[in-house]
Design a protein around this ligand. Structure first.
Ligand code: CAA
Length: 240
């Protein structure tokens, strides 16, 4: 039986590539998204992957979302917590709202999603969770105290939950992408981005599909001995 996977933020950017790679590998994919109906519809038309709208920063919406996916596709055995936002600003300009939105979505979303699916994974004795962290959670980034804190939190969350799942057949891993060619990175001011790319040893931005390859590796049934790890995919920008 094909395993059911939920990819949050799964209709655009890195999430879109992950959804597609999983579908092509034979998984039954539910691609969650929060806001952009037009892009989600285009994604479903193009890929045949069902899109489910809810906000991962809402505890109740995640519980309801997982319930709906389970009713339509079957028990959720794999979760890829990819949904993430930026509200970049220096500390001087960063207001409380920019802090809360990023923490609630990027880190709170991981908790909300895992909590909603955890008991089912425990009862079935199988689960695969991959959390998308970031190079900026490992190394920090000017203008991103909110994002770096959330992503660093994801790396810690992964190690803690990995310990809880280890004896129960549930693996929990993270991927820390570097700068990937997506809308999020395109929003970085051009002159700032040029300086960042100049520091990437591989000499270019990454492709979303290069992150998706890592996800496929980690969620495989054969990956039962890999847990609590963080896989860096960053073109050599930060060797950790
Ligand atoms: N190190 C040191 N100083 C820096 C700096 C850096 N990396 N970046 C900017 N500064 C300095 C500038 O030189 C400037 O100094 P002066 O005032 O002395 O001239 C000062 O900081 C203000 O810079 P800006 O004019 O850029 O200020 P701003 O308020 O308009 O913007 C910013 C600040 C929002 C941080 C903007 O520089 C920015 O967006 N930077 C990019 C942040 C980034 O990399 N985000 C990643 C998004 S992608 C992502 O997050 C995905 C992932 O996981 C990798």
């Amino acid at each position: 039986m094909a395993r059911v996977v939920v990819v949050t933020g799964g209709t655009r950017g890195i999430g879109e590539a992950i959804s597609l790679a999983l579908k092509n590998a034979g998984y039954k994919v539910a691609a969650n998204y929060a806001g952009n109906d037009e892009r989600a519809k285009a994604f479903t038309d193009r890929t045949g992957i069902a899109a489910y709208k809810w906000d991962v920063s809402s505890f109740d919406d995640c519980a309801a979302g997982i319930k709906k996916v389970e009713a339509e596709l079957g028990p959720v055995e794999v979760i890829v917590n990819n949904a993430g936002i930026t509200r970049d600003a220096t500390m001087k300009k960063m207001n409380r709202q920019a802090w809360d939105e990023v923490l609630d979505t990027n880190l709170g979303g991981c908790y909300n999603m895992c909590k909603a699916a955890w008991d089912g994974m425990l009862s079935r004795g199988f689960g695969r969770i991959v959390n998308i962290g970031s190079i900026n959670g490992q190394a920090g980034q000017y203008g991103q105290v909110n994002y770096a804190a959330a992503k660093s939190g994801i790396h810690g969350f992964t190690k803690a939950l990995g310990q809880e799942g280890a004896a129960k057949g549930i693996t929990v891993n993270a991927i820390a992408p570097g700068y990937i060619d997506t809308d999020m990175v395109a929003a970085v001011p051009a002159e700032v981005l040029a300086k960042i790319v100049a520091r990437i040893p591989v000499g270019r931005l990454g492709q979303a599909s290069e992150i998706a390859r890592g996800v496929l590796f980690l969620v495989a049934d054969e990956g039962g001995f890999i847990t609590g790890s963080t896989m860096s995919i960053n073109g050599g920008q930060h060797m950790y």
